[in-house]
Design a protein around this ligand. Structure first.
Ligand code: ATP
Ligand code: MG
Length: 190
């Protein structure tokens, strides 16, 4: 199954972001973007891709251990950014060191469980709000509109393992469906 580990912001913070994203809809190009499904909004910690069922017990055990070693930490949604002309996102502020630590531990857990992980890359915490397939939209005005956004802080208290069901219907604009298959409390000290 296709899996990734993520931080899932609470409903109140997602509602704040939804109000911001609603304001972007009238900007030039907004209609040509594929806006991500709001119930699925997340910060990816580590993308695993297709994971063999045989690896799941060890993967779960190692992710549980990573969560149980990590202390909860404050985070808030913050500003906006883009990856080229492909991805529009909101960022995070708060204890980014601990977010990065959790991402590193999660990636290491997956690797040790035997999941073939991409080469380690710099971690850019982001929550994707829209994608552009044709890459014909200048995302900078949307980023500028998102820049002043500051969400209210929350305490990240859980590591989630999420399954991604990619759309099979071939309908344009169809979204993947995300399903949280497991979650572990962050109840460590480090
Ligand atoms: P779609 O692929 O239809 O655009 P999606 O990217 O949301 O949808 P997935 O491809 O299953 O769905 O990805 C799940 C999450 O993992 C998303 O946040 C995505 O940005 C991230 N992700 C996907 N592939 C990678 C990758 N190779 N490296 C890092 N993160 C990835
Ligand atoms: Mg994808």
């Amino acid at each position: 199954m296709r899996l990734f580990a993520a931080v899932l912001p609470p409903p109140a913070q997602l509602a704040e972001l939804a109000r911001e994203v609603d304001r972007l809809a009238h900007l030039p190009g907004a209609g040509r973007l594929r806006w991500t499904s709001r119930p699925g909004w997340h910060f990816t910690l580590a993308f695993m891709g297709e994971v063999d069922d045989a690896l799941l017990p060890d993967l779960h055990a190692r992710l549980a251990r990573a969560a149980h070693r990590t202390a909860p930490f404050p985070l808030r949604l913050h500003g906006g950014g883009h990856f080229g002309r492909a991805v529009l996102w909101t960022g995070a502020a708060g204890d980014l060191d601990r977010l990065r630590l959790l991402a590193d531990r999660t990636e290491a857990a997956a690797r040790r469980a035997g999941v073939p992980m991409d080469e380690h890359r710099a971690y850019h915490p982001h929550l994707t709000v829209a994608r552009s397939r044709a890459q014909d939209v200048d995302l900078r005005p949307l980023v500028a509109a998102l820049a002043p956004f500051e969400g209210s802080r929350w305490e990240v208290a859980e590591l989630a393992l999420v399954r991604s069901h990619l759309p099979g219907g071939g309908r344009p604009g169809e979204q993947p469906r995300y399903e949280t298959v497991a979650a572990w409390a962050l109840d460590g000290a480090g």
